[in-house]
Design a protein around this ligand. Structure first.
Ligand code: ZN
Length: 72
């Protein structure tokens, strides 16, 4: 099975390359690093909270509470 390295685009072979689908350990670690930093950015809630004005946040909370009230 052949595949292009997701980092540098070099063709790799599952029978030959130990780091398949990456062409080398370096590209595999680069991909892990990119994934980890992406996760870090996603878990930062700073932008979401500051972009929503206080009045809209109250509306959001009330909208989220409604399903609970119907259950009780
Ligand atoms: Zn590569």
């Amino acid at each position: 099975m052949t595949h292009n390295c997701p980092i540098c685009g070099k063709p790799t072979d599952s029978q030959r390359d130990a780091d398949f689908p990456f062409c080398s350990e370096r590209c595999r670690l680069l991909d892990l690093g990119a994934w980890a930093s992406e996760r870090y950015v996603v878990s930062e809630p700073i932008f979401d909270q500051e972009e929503i004005p206080e009045s809209d946040r109250r509306v959001l909370r009330e909208t989220q509470r409604k399903p609970d009230e119907t259950i009780h």
